[in-house]
Design a binder for this molecule. Sequence first.
Ligand SMILES: NC(=O)c1ccc[n+]([C@@H]2O[C@H](COP(=O)([O-])OP(=O)(O)OC[C@H]3O[C@@H](n4cnc5c(N)ncnc54)[C@H](O)[C@@H]3O)[C@@H](O)[C@H]2O)c1
Length: 362
Amino acid sequence: MKNIDLYFDTEKNHYKILIGKDLFQQKIFADTLKGESVFIVSNETVAPLYLESLKQALANYQIHSFLLPDGEEFKTLESWQSLLNQMISVGLRRNDTVIALGGGVVGDMAGFAAATLNRGMSIIQVPTTLLSQVDSSVGGKTAVNHPSGKNLIGAFHQPSLVVSDISTLNTLPSRELLAGISEVIKAAIIDDRHFFDWLGDNVSQILSLQEEALTQVVEKACRIKAQIVALDAKEKGVRAWLNLGHTFGHAIETCAGYGTLLHGEAVAIGICLAAKFSHQRHRLSLPALEQIIGLIGAFGLPTQLPVDLDVSDLVAAMRLDKKNTSENITLILPEKVGQVMIDKNVLLQDVEQFLNEQRDRA
Ligand SMILES: NC(=O)c1ccc[n+]([C@@H]2O[C@H](COP(=O)([O-])OP(=O)(O)OC[C@H]3O[C@@H](n4cnc5c(N)ncnc54)[C@H](O)[C@@H]3O)[C@@H](O)[C@H]2O)c1
């Protein structure tokens, strides 16, 4: 089992990220659980696979559980409200613990419920998708979507523990596995040229779920994220690097309709667009651009803007993105593999022209 200690804000605030196989054991959870009850949030797909074994590991506690409908389209204020209603009706107390068992949708919603009920309760993230193991379970961002934008309503609320059991990835549909790879590639582009090359050398080992390769993927991507979050837990500076591909990606997701493209697929396209935009502005060399698009394509992820999306809708969605002011937007642009920069002054009209050019080439 690998163990990463993530520190944030001060040396006193930290939590463990445990990565390995067969981690649903009492001793893994015991130190973190304080109250008498645990409230497990999962969904109707993940619960039949893993809820029972998680319950067995928590047999000493009073266990409540709540299943959300499955899908990004249910990551809403209405679902959050039903979740809170249930948490209140079972009499959850402040020192009890919420456990999120599932992918990023469950994790973000359970996290937001834990952030808000009783002005903040402890949450343990038990991510079961690659995307949630390498990204969403770590770092404390919680949210629900609003029709005007993704993750528009939320809070920073760090978990007390993250338990990433890579054996859960055996049941994950391959399209979902790939969607997680895009966040892994993102981490490598931001911070680690060596890891980027290693990914290129291990495509088949990763796609065939070889244990050693998968453990390395989750550990390395988590370490990169943990280092960045430790420097800037509330996204006042370098944490924005982690948004590489996300401003384009969120706009693509919003315009395609939640649930059409997977988050990770939209991010893969978003990274390619950010890299192309950076190259057009002479910040990224052509070989580096080709390597980035090449690695994303090698995993079978999409690299092109979908032809049916309207550029003016995309630009409107980017303007509305919570990180942007109305005239300029902020983009994270790769400068080379392993290094990105924050450009806070990108003119929306330049983005619009760029996207129109991409459309013409498609
Ligand atoms: N909080 C953050 O920092 C952060 C970062 C990145 C993404 N996100 C959010 O994460 C969400 C995407 O997460 P996701 O990609 O995990 O999607 P997801 O939670 O929708 O899970 C994908 C699908 O896989 C199923 N599933 C989950 N685990 C499974 C397993 N082990 N076996 C079989 N099926 C399984 C789910 O039920 C779902 O159908 C988005 O809402 C995104 O905004 C949040």
